[in-house]
Design a protein around this ligand. Structure first.
Ligand code: MP5
Length: 215
């Protein structure tokens, strides 16, 4: 799925993250999920960790709606609650089918990432919307390149489909526009710092799940 390349501030955030960002597409976890070869235990760990992430993410999104600078931005953000509800159902159904308990104690990386999302709200809308863009764009850029070749008979496919779909790509484009409106002159240093943290957390999240990180 090709999307419109981001322009302006969003593009500057991406190119600022440079080498780190280049490790998002083609990450071994994503490749193995797409071709169905990821061991079931690793997928199960990811499913529980990511369900926890999505729960925290929804609270973060609620906070962003609260601090959005106007109704137009709030409308764009609030529109994501519908798809997030569908996504939550996808996690619940898969967890039931696989006999997994959602709501387990998160590992330190997952907890650190969701805590960072929520903490970024205290830095204000401009920085927090850059955080939102990083998290969503990371998932799009990870999953969209494997959509065409992914094994659609695999139990992992509904998840690959979710974040590589045209609907998800349009939402990420809309978030890029919010970033542009929030900082039309280009990213501020706090936006760049927060965005780079998101990229590091995204990469660490997959690594932690793969390794079975615990504490
Ligand atoms: C997303 C996700 C995408 N599900 N998990 C991580 C670790 N990063 C980003 O967010 P959403 O809420 O599923 O669109």
């Amino acid at each position: 799925m090709q999307t419109a390349p981001p322009t302006g501030t969003a593009r500057a955030l991406l190119s600022g993250a440079g080498e780190l960002w280049s490790r998002i597409p083609g990450h071994p976890f994503v490749r193995a999920t797409a071709d169905g070869t990821l061991p079931a235990a690793a997928f199960d760990r990811w499913l529980v960790a990511d369900a926890g992430f999505v729960h925290g993410f929804r609270r973060f999104l609620g906070g962003l709606v609260t601090i959005a600078p106007g109704a137009d931005a709030a409308d764009v953000l609030a529109a994501a609650f519908g798809p997030l509800g569908t996504e939550t159902e996808l996690f619940r159904r898969a967890a039931t089918a696989r006999g997994l308990e959602l709501g387990a104690e998160p590992g330190p990386t997952a907890l650190g990432y969701t805590s960072f999302l929520l903490a970024s709200l205290a830095d204000g809308y401009q920085t927090a919307v850059a955080v939102l863009y990083g998290a969503e764009k990371a998932y799009l850029d990870a999953w969209a390149p494997v959509r065409a070749t992914a094994d659609r008979t695999s139990p992992y496919w509904p998840f690959v489909d979710n974040w590589s779909s045209p609907a998800f790509a349009s939402w990420v484009d809309a978030v890029a526009e919010l970033v542009e409106h929030a900082a039309p002159g280009g990213p501020t240093p706090p936006m760049r710092t927060a965005f780079a943290r998101v990229v590091r957390f995204e990469l660490r999240f997959w690594d932690a799940v793969h390794a079975g990180e615990a504490w």
